[in-house]
Design a protein around this ligand. Structure first.
Ligand SMILES: O=C(O)CCC(=O)C(=O)O
Ligand SMILES: [Fe+2]
Length: 276
């Protein structure tokens, strides 16, 4: 297995393995690479849905997303679909998956099934590197804060997706909810401190006024969204991406209007978060 950094501060490309036929030793190596880099990219994988499922179950335990449609054959595989005629895409703004749950998802494994001729990259950000680079003053300001993470403003009755052409493929409107988490967590595998807030789901700091929260959150978001902490993955047939939701953000570019794109996603369960 060869693991090479994908960009200066974000992700790694893993080559020389097939996820569908990974040996136990390779799985151990992969776990270490995953803990070190937070997001792994794979090319040229022969990885049908049954093998996607099998790999996910070897790595951890699966959680099913409340809002996305599943594939007809595999209820644990979610479809991330955009039709030719559709304008809005899923995950078009920076977020981490399931941070609105009390125990957020550990990771997501995304597999390309139908790709546009050009465009449709997924971008990632490294929240451990971003935390390390915060000024001592900002680190001090956020040290003991907690933040509220919600999905209601996205998937709820008046959420941003409800009045778009994505609405008909989403369910679970009545299952929205929120959770609070430490703003700085210690990553359970790497032991690194991580900035655990994201633009998609974090709505405010616990006990703070909304506008006050907004100002500091926007400052933190602008800090993360810099070239030294981010990268963009261009999908090709056979590409797979596996990211850790506790220490990365991602967003799907919506720059391929008039073309279809279909990805398969499996989400893996996490463990309770620890304050950093
Ligand atoms: O379609 C993508 O590139 C990513 C969409 C997304 O946010 C997800 O699958 O969690
Ligand atoms: Fe996502």
């Amino acid at each position: 297995m060869i693991v090479t950094p994908y960009s200066a501060g974000c992700g790694a490309l893993v080559s020389g393995i097939q996820l569908a036929t990974l040996s136990d030793n390779e799985l151990t190596e992969l776990r270490a690479a995953f803990a070190e880099h937070g997001v792994l990219f794979f090319r040229d994988q022969d990885f049908p849905p049954a093998q996607h499922l099998e790999f996910a179950e070897r790595f951890g335990s699966i959680v099913v997303n409340k809002f996305f449609k599943a594939t007809s054959e595999f209820p644990k595989i979610a479809e991330v679909r955009k039709e030719k005629t559709q304008q809005t895409n899923i995950g078009g703004g920076w977020h981490s998956d399931h941070s609105y749950d009390d125990i957020p998802a550990m990771g997501s494994i995304l597999v390309a099934r139908t790709l546009p001729a050009t465009g449709g990259d997924t971008q990632f950000a490294n929240l451990a590197a971003a935390y390390d680079a915060l000024s001592p003053l900002l680190k001090k300001r956020i040290a003991n804060l907690r933040a509220v993470h919600s999905n209601e403003h996205i998937y709820g009755e008046n959420g941003v997706y409800r009045h778009t052409d994505l609405a008909e493929q989403l369910g679970g409107m009545d299952r929205v909810g929120d959770a609070t988490h430490p703003v700085v967590i210690t990553h359970p595998e790497s032991g690194r401190k991580v900035l655990f807030v994201n633009p998609g789901h974090t709505i405010q700091f616990e006990g703070w006024e909304f506008t006050e929260s907004r100002t500091l959150l926007d400052e933190l978001y602008a800090h993360v969204n810099q070239p030294q902490f981010t990268c963009s993955f261009n999908w090709l047939p056979g590409s797979v991406t596996f990211w850790d939701n506790r220490c990365t953000w991602h967003q799907a570019k919506n720059d391929y209007q008039g073309q279809a794109r279909l990805m398969h996603r499996i989400t893996l369960a996490g463990s309770a978060l620890t304050a950093g």
